[in-house]
Design a protein around this ligand. Structure first.
Ligand SMILES: *Cc1c(COP(=O)(O)O)cnc(C)c1O
Length: 388
């Protein structure tokens, strides 16, 4: 698939009419990505929940809800956004280590499909609130599988010493506790390894861990209706045009081949980045091109307030000059206007010779871009523009 940014969907002169910076979303690519996911999962007893935190833009949420996916939310605000976008409450799962009483009640009120619970105290609070409301809460226990994929710089959440989930050795007693609590309907187990995972080995290890767990529980007569394996599938930040759609085939096949699901068991996924990452670009203008002793800088009107990933995780995004007609190239540091040295999008980036006013695209910015934007420096939040 060729680049969608410059093709007929969005002629440059049309892009030029919008005030920068803004996010441009290619809805065709989003739809193609979701259809691909739906095709791959159709024949299995699988539900994909979209991780709303990756991008909560209402238009994007509507597209994803309309395609039949569920929603994975991490706050009361995201529950409301998901409901507003048309996700059915039964397909909403609510994750997070610190759900407040107000957020739990909101989930119970709307009878969401599942609370992914991370501790015994949380389990007890949910049971109590549910009982008070005359309801039972659907629950999956988030297990910390203690798997470190050792993948370069991926954001890990599943090693023994981080805050997420319940340690495997505590699981049997937590399951017992869940079964004993009056307001809890224990439906399943939940796992999530981390983010931007591009090799399948950690997922394979996860499958082996889950298989062992299910065997052990079955010995004691305990079965689970849902196995939720989380998300984290990575995308190609270096070359988005070579891989506009993530390798879902390999991802789903890994679970298909390595996970021993029991009869009737549902397999749940929670994918964020891989669904929306490649459909978004941050579009900015070069405000100044500045020459210092050893470096040239392109200073954009977009900054870390619009896209914080480079500043926060040292993340790499491909940068393109959309309007330069120059055949010569130069090396620039591409930076934002915010008063922080970390407000840098790229070091030593090769671009066509760039001038004030040129339109610049920062690619693969659909996930954890707009959703992490802030108004630091009293800047405006970036706007969103959609392909037709
Ligand atoms: C953030 C998150 C996801 C989605 O992660 P991606 O890397 O965007 O796929 C899924 N599950 C949980 C519990 C999360 O916190």
């Amino acid at each position: 698939m060729e680049t969608r940014l410059n093709d007929n969907l969005l002629p440059l002169d049309q892009l030029m009419q919008h005030e920068t910076p803004f996010y441009f979303y290619d809805l065709d690519l989003l739809r193609a990505t979701i259809s691909h996911i739906n095709e791959l999962t159709a024949s299995h007893n699988a539900i994909v929940h979209y991780a709303v935190k990756a991008n909560g833009n209402p238009r994007i949420l509507k597209e994803i809800a309309a395609a039949g996916l569920g929603a994975d939310v991490v706050s009361g605000g995201e529950i409301i956004a998901a409901l507003d976008a048309g996700f059915s409450p039964g397909k909403i799962t609510f994750a997070g280590v610190g759900k407040t009483d107000r957020e739990i009640k909101l989930g119970l009120e709307h009878e969401i499909g599942c609370f992914n619970v991370e501790s015994v105290p949380e389990l007890e609070v949910i049971s109590q609130l549910a009982t008070e409301m005359g309801k039972t809460a659907n629950v999956a226990l988030r297990v910390n599988p203690d798997i470190d994929a050792h993948t370069h710089r991926f954001i890990t959440t599943a090693t023994a010493d981080n805050k997420f989930g319940i340690a495997i050795e505590f699981l049997p007693q937590v399951v017992k506790r869940a079964h004993a609590l009056p307001g809890i309907n224990l439906r399943g187990l939940h796992f999530h390894l981390g983010s931007q995972i591009t090799v399948m080995r950690p997922y394979q290890m996860l499958c082996e861990t889950i298989n062992r767990l299910l065997d052990d529980f079955e010995h004691d007569g305990t079965t689970f209706e849902i196995i939720n394996v989380g998300g984290g599938l990575g995308i190609d930040y270096a070359d988005p045009d070579a891989h506009p759609i993530a390798d879902f085939e390999q991802f789903f096949a890994t679970f298909h081949h390595h996970l021993n699901l029991r009869q009737g068991q549902q397999l749940h996924f929670e994918l964020g980045r891989s669904i929306v990452g490649q459909c978004g670009s941050l579009i900015a203008r070069a405000t100044y091109v500045k020459h210092n002793r050893n470096k040239q800088f392109v200073i954009l009107d977009a900054g870390m307030t619009d896209l914080i990933r480079p500043a926060l995780y040292d993340a790499h995004h491909k940068i393109e000059n959309l309007s330069s007609r120059s055949s010569e190239r130069a090396t620039y540091d591409v930076v934002g206007p915010v008063c922080e040295s970390s407000d840098t999008f790229a070091h030593d980036c090769s671009l066509p010779t760039t001038q004030r006013g040129d339109l610049i695209a920062i690619r693969s910015a659909g996930a954890y871009g707009e959703s992490m934007a802030s108004t630091y420096n009293m800047r405006r939040l970036p706007q969103a523009v959609f392909s037709i």
